[in-house]
Design a protein around this ligand. Structure first.
Ligand code: FES
Length: 199
């Protein structure tokens, strides 16, 4: 057997062994899914409403949850944040939420919320889909003295206030989307379902 032949058999053996090991690893990785959820249960879970306990969110804080594969932010707005909301309508593209695609009818109001202190919004920029950064501080050096708190999209610089209404001059054409939701109790909210029907 020439050296060439030996090398090539070795190579074949190694290739065969690594494919087998790869196969074992793939089966091992697949098993938990197979046994934990069948496809229809997975599909159901992916679209299922998400319950959030608001009592755990400190004033000024934001928590992120996932609904239908999208990030959804739940923010506990402070009285100061709410007061600032009414002071810059002239700088916004759609201050009155007239674009009805961006929120359910029950959130077409100055705070874009059912309860003003709790704001719920899909965290995807309406320009090209980046996730904006929460910038709740007022007047930071990099955003300017008139920044009232809100979200800044790092991709192309869109700016949104604390009701996720877009500032004029941003590349994003519309306010961020408020998803359907309803209150189950004083402190529990269900995201993804309205009064009556599944969204
Ligand atoms: S994706 Fe947000 S500004 Fe472009």
């Amino acid at each position: 057997m020439s050296e060439m032949t030996v090398d090539s058999s070795k190579r074949r053996f190694l290739v065969a062994m690594s494919s087998t090991l790869g196969g074992v690893a793939a089966v091992g990785a697949a098993l938990p899914f197979v046994f934990s959820m069948n496809p229809s249960a997975r599909a159901l879970a992916a679209g299922a409403p998400v319950e959030v306990d608001l009592s755990k969110i400190e004033p000024g804080m934001k928590v992120d949850v996932e609904w239908r594969g999208k990030p959804v932010w739940v923010v506990h707005r402070t009285p100061e944040m709410l007061e600032l909301l009414g002071k810059h309508d002239d700088k916004l593209t759609d201050p009155n939420s007239d674009n009805t695609n961006q929120q359910p009818p029950y959130c077409k109001n100055p705070t874009r919320a059912i309860k003003p202190e709790y704001f719920i919004v899909v965290g995807i920029c309406t320009h090209l889909g980046c996730s904006p950064t929460y910038r709740k501080e007022v007047g930071p050096a990099d955003l300017g003295a008139d920044w009232p708190g809100g979200w800044f999209c790092p991709c192309h610089g869109s700016r949104f206030d604390m009701a996720a209404r877009v500032f004029k001059g941003s590349p994003a054409p519309t306010n961020l989307v408020v998803p359907p939701h309803k209150y189950l109790s004083e402190s529990k909210v269900l995201i993804g379902e309205d009064q009556g029907a599944s969204a």
